[in-house]
Write a protein that binds this ligand. Structure first.
Ligand code: HEC
Length: 374
């Protein structure tokens, strides 16, 4: 009886404690929700300062990225500020290199380049050297999700790795065009012709009005619809982005589809954006690495659970044509292709027998050779 009573007491006290805790949390939670709501209502919140990345385990030489990782769009030149520091035991010539095996798997056509401002220098005891890493993300770059690369500091004398820093890296399939306006020729930061490789999720083209005086409307004869003439993009105020007009061009538009867009002030200033431009890939020496082999021997073969019985064109994944098949593929990059991953894992054919190694290899090699219509 006695112990039962104290148990109930303990339970009672505990529940009071828990509800007190809950009260403590309720207020800040409410506050941050309100801040979030305000942020949505009155423009984006202040940018969060990037995390500082430090090489680990920290040794006699430490690499630090002050700018954190890279999260960027197509056609950009992001820069990363970095430090390398030494303790009292270090007194030697150091060279910096970039290791990007994981990125190369995705960027087969080498459309993303990395440069180090001063790749070799003398590192004195207890010193710190600043350097900068520049990335040249061309518009032909693929989408990069959650990848990374490494910056390595090596001793020139022994070639030993003194420090190794992993830098997270992402490229979104977004292309931003800033319209600065001014008297003709108007200024906007897009070259006269821009090519994009095929992105399974499409390429989002985002026009941002930075012109402090004029409202603008995007005119187009290609896949990007003409801007709404009743709702022009508002001018920029205090250097902040004014109106924004964006559209996502999907892989449904044929390879090499070209269109142009211009400001309503003058078609002479037209620019051309070309979507789904094929990249050049090494040809495969696997005779089965062709679209026709895959179509005839995998997608519609009676021996495997025919893919097209389920993916015949009634929405979702469709493998009934070359262009539809391309939507499941990132040319040149089989690891980023759901077509390869779904058969390699055995998830597809659903409820059927896993494809043979030779069939999976045909898909892999076909994608690596750029998934041509052959
Ligand atoms: C019995 C029906 C069936 C068969 C047969 C089948 N699939 Fe699927 N598959 C599905 C369903 C259901 C999904 C998920 C819904 C969707 O995306 O259409 C799917 C999804 C997929 C996806 C998308 C996976 C992702 O992660 O986005 C691919 C690629 C695919 N299938 C390829 C194939 C290939 C290649 C074959 C033949 C080797 C095949 N499927 C055979 C039913 C099937």
């Amino acid at each position: 009886m006695h112990s039962r009573k104290s148990l109930i007491e303990i339970f009672f006290i505990l529940s009071i404690l828990i509800s007190l805790q809950a009260c403590q949390y309720a207020d800040p939670l409410k506050k941050s929700l309100e801040a979030l709501k305000q942020g949505i209502e009155s423009g984006p919140p202040d940018p969060v300062s990037p995390p500082i990345l430090i090489s680990s385990p920290p040794g006699a030489v430490v690499l630090t990225s002050i700018s954190g990782g890279v999260d960027t769009d197509l056609g950009t030149l992001p820069k990363i500020e970095m430090n390398i520091s030494s303790d009292s035991t270090i007194n030697e010539i150091v060279k910096l290199t970039i290791e990007k095996d994981e990125l190369d798997q995705i960027d087969v056509a080498q459309s993303i380049k990395l440069y180090i401002s001063n790749p070799s220098f003398k590192l004195n005891p207890n010193s710190k050297v600043f350097f900068q890493l520049t990335l040249d993300v061309s518009t032909m770059a693929p989408t990069v999700m959650g990848s990374h690369f490494h910056v390595l500091a090596r001793s020139v004398a022994t070639n030993q790795v003194l420090a190794n820093l992993q830098i997270p890296f992402a490229v979104h399939s977004v292309y931003e065009i800033m319209l600065y306006g001014g008297s003709p020729t108007e200024l906007w930061n897009s070259p006269s012709t821009v090519a994009f490789t095929s992105h399974p999720e499409g390429v989002t083209v985002r026009f941002i009005n930075m012109d402090p005086t004029d409202a603008h409307i995007i005119h187009s004869t290609g896949p990007i619809p003409h801007g709404d003439t009743t709702m022009p993009m508002a001018p920029s105020v205090n250097g902040k982005p004014g109106g924004i007009y964006q559209y996502t061009v999907t892989t449904q538009s044929p390879v090499g589809d070209t269109y142009y867009c211009h400001l309503h002030e003058g078609g002479n200033e037209a620019r051309t954006l070309t979507f789904n431009t094929p990249q050049s890939f090494p040809p495969s020496n696997n005779p089965n690495a062709t679209y026709s082999y895959i179509r005839d021997n995998i997608f519609s073969a009676a021996t495997t659970s025919k893919c097209v019985t389920c993916h015949g064109g009634a929405g979702g994944v469709t493998l009934d044509s070359y262009l539809n098949t391309l939507k499941t593929v990132t040319p040149g990059n089989y690891l980023a292709s759901s077509l390869f991953n779904s058969v390699d894992s055995g998830a597809m054919p659903l409820g059927g027998t896993k494809l043979t190694d030779l069939q999976i290899l045909a898909i892999k090699d076909w994608i690596t050779s750029g998934a041509p219509n052959n």
